[in-house]
Design a protein. Structure first.
Length: 118
């Protein structure tokens, strides 16, 4: 693993904080991703470059991001766009879901993730 790009030491404390304070949607989805339940290993709160990803499958270079109410403003949306562009340039596929999708259509979210893992 390239330490300059993956899990940079400067973000270690923040990654730990985020792991301890999963929101409800993240906890629900993590319950379905951990332990290679979808056939691939996922990491949670994994950093790539200056960004911390909600969930990341290194084998498939797939980032799964959950967006809640904090993403409902222009500044956050611009940040997300920049993050997605950065990751895409590193050949990492990014898929995003709203927290409500996890609450109301978990099966659909999991099917979409599986589709991207193939």
């Amino acid at each position: 693993m390239d330490r300059e790009l993956n899990n940079h030491l400067d973000l270690k404390t923040r990654r730990k904080e985020l792991r301890k304070s999963l929101n409800r949607a993240e906890a629900i989805l993590w319950n379905c991703l951990k332990g290679s339940q979808l056939g691939q290993k996922f990491r949670r709160q994994h950093s790539i470059g200056p960004f911390i990803l909600d969930f990341y499958c290194p084998a498939k270079k797939l980032a799964v991001e959950l967006d809640g109410g904090t993403h409902d403003n222009e500044k956050s949306q611009e940040h997300d766009k920049y993050k997605d562009q950065f990751l895409t340039a590193k050949e990492i596929n990014v898929i995003r879901f709203l927290n409500e999708e996890v609450y109301n259509n978990l099966e659909g979210v999991l099917l979409e993730i599986k589709r991207h893992l193939q």
